[in-house]
Design a protein around this ligand. Structure first.
Ligand code: URA
Length: 209
């Protein structure tokens, strides 16, 4: 089975899983992009516009994400975009720990299918999912190696959430600067020998997914 079919199958399984939270109130926003993307962008959860259009990052934060991607010559179609929680929490409240936990096995499988070299975690919740000890103000753009259950290493780079950048010009400036670092981080993540030239600021994390 190819990746497109595998992702379709996973989506159908999610739709059929009546135990998933937020089922009664919102659409399943599975994710979209290149099935074999080298980079996955993972946000917190769908908002109003995402729920309405059943696509991730299509509101104001999504427009900013598109622009930041275009600025580094990574068209939206060249990456994969999804969220930790795949249904909109009511009134855009923060996702609850049990909601994050319930969607986790599906996100794990989605990551395994796409098999990215790098995951860009957008905002506090996505960051904490992969890097529980990180702090966004301190660790934004700091790459960390995260081990999968299969023993594969994925580079996780936490960034400020685009919605936070829409509320603060200082955060926007930092997010723009951080985005410019992504192509180089990706290149370094691909070098096998010698070891990557950058030194991750954070120690390798335990196997998290
Ligand atoms: N914010 C998110 O975290 N995800 C989206 O898809 C949209 C806004």
């Amino acid at each position: 089975m190819g990746k497109v079919e595998e992702l379709e199958k996973l989506k159908r399984e999610m739709e059929a899983d009546k135990s998933l939270p937020l089922l009664g109130t919102a659409n399943l926003v599975f994710g979209e992009g290149k099935p074999d993307a080298e980079v996955m962008f993972i946000g917190e959860g769908p908002g109003f516009h995402e729920d309405r259009l059943v696509r991730p990052f299509v509101g104001q934060a999504g427009k900013l994400l598109d622009k930041l991607l275009a600025d580094i010559k990574w068209p939206r179609e060249s990456v994969y975009i999804t969220n930790i929680v795949k249904r909109r929490p009511p009134e855009n409240r923060d996702p609850l720990p049990e909601e994050i936990e319930a969607y986790k096995p599906y996100l794990t499988r989605q990551i395994k299918i796409i098999n990215p070299k790098m995951i860009v975690a957008l905002g506090r919740f996505a960051m904490a999912y992969f890097l529980p000890n990180a702090k966004i103000s301190r660790d934004h753009a700091a790459p960390s190696e995260v081990l999968t259950k299969e023993g594969k290493t994925i580079l996780v780079v936490p960034l400020y959430h685009p919605a936070a950048a829409l509320r603060s010009t200082q955060v926007l400036k930092e997010l723009e600067e951080d985005f410019k670092k992504l192509p180089e981080l990706l290149k370094n993540s691909q070098s096998v020998v010698p070891k990557p030239v950058f030194a991750p600021k954070l120690p390798p994390q335990a196997s998290l997914f």
